[in-house]
Design a protein. Structure first.
Length: 282
């Protein structure tokens, strides 16, 4: 059981992480049309690496990892997922794009059943079906369909694949090495991807990119600390605070109001994820 004081502290950390995630999306939108998403992806990886490098040096034995090429593959997928979400944030309504990222746990459940042979009972299956119903409500196939939202969905799919890889890799590697290897491999991959579309950012743009990298590193730290204080079952629902935070920031910065269908679809997805989490049996 989590004490009330510890629970409040963990919830506060998750709220702060939600605000940082919202600011991350705002920075991407501010840079849209000025800095290519691949260049944003490279600087995100670079500044993230610079943030953890002092911690990694001398504390993490990188050569002890048995997953050399798997780390590179995972870093490439992580970079692709970030860029896909950046494209969605740059062009699609922010609240819609953020809501679709919440489908990742449902996709992990589906992938674990299809590729890892894990049991998926009626409760989880109902949660997956409900989640995809929520996607349809947000995407609104037909006249109102926004193709940029497919990038957010693609980012969620790639993140789910990464999570499935981590389930396998974590059996023979430490969390510290997984984090360090990911950032070390992602920075050079990001540079290679960005070179064909390279445009040197201005001072103001570079400052925003550096801020985004610091936000990403701090966000990861806050979430890690929160999960060290409280149980997953207590904290996981608080991750959905990102949606109202992004909705508020989109309105404050860009006068962007999410339609009712976005909130309805998001509510369906959130309820489906929570249902899938609670029904852990076959």
């Amino acid at each position: 059981m989590v004490s009330r004081r510890t629970g409040r502290a963990a919830a506060g950390l998750m709220l702060a992480a939600a605000v940082l995630a919202g600011l991350d999306a705002v920075i991407v939108r501010l840079l849209a049309g000025q800095v290519h998403p691949l260049v944003i992806g490279f600087f995100r990886a670079l500044f993230g690496l610079l943030a953890v490098l002092p911690w990694a040096i001398g504390r993490v034995n990188l050569r002890a990892s048995p997953w050399r090429w798997m780390h590179v593959l995972r870093a490439g997928l992580k970079l692709a997922s970030l860029v896909a979400v950046f494209v969605a944030f740059a062009h699609a309504p922010l609240a819609d794009a953020m809501a679709l990222t919440f489908t990742m746990p449902l996709l992990v459940t589906l992938g674990a059943w299809a590729f890892l042979g894990e049991s998926v009972g009626p409760g989880r299956l109902l949660g997956v079906i409900g989640g995809f119903a929520g996607i349809l409500v947000i995407v609104r196939p037909g006249a109102d369909f926004d193709p940029w939202l497919l990038f957010a969905l693609g980012g969620a799919v790639l993140t789910a694949i990464i999570q499935l890889m981590l389930r396998h890799m974590s059996h023979a590697d430490t969390t510290e090495r997984l984090v360090a290897w990911n950032l070390i491999a992602m920075a050079p991959l990001g540079l290679l991807a960005a070179l064909p579309v390279w445009g040197t950012p201005s001072r103001e743009q570079l400052a925003l990119l550096a801020l985004q990298g610091a936000i990403g590193a701090l966000n990861m730290t806050l979430i890690t600390r929160a999960y060290g204080l409280a149980d997953v079952s207590f904290l996981a629902p608080l991750d959905f605070l990102r949606l109202p935070v992004v909705g508020i920031l989109a309105w404050l910065f860009f006068a962007e109001l999410a339609p009712v269908s976005t909130w309805i679809g998001a509510a369906v997805i959130v309820a489906s994820v929570l249902l899938s989490m609670r029904r852990t049996g076959p």
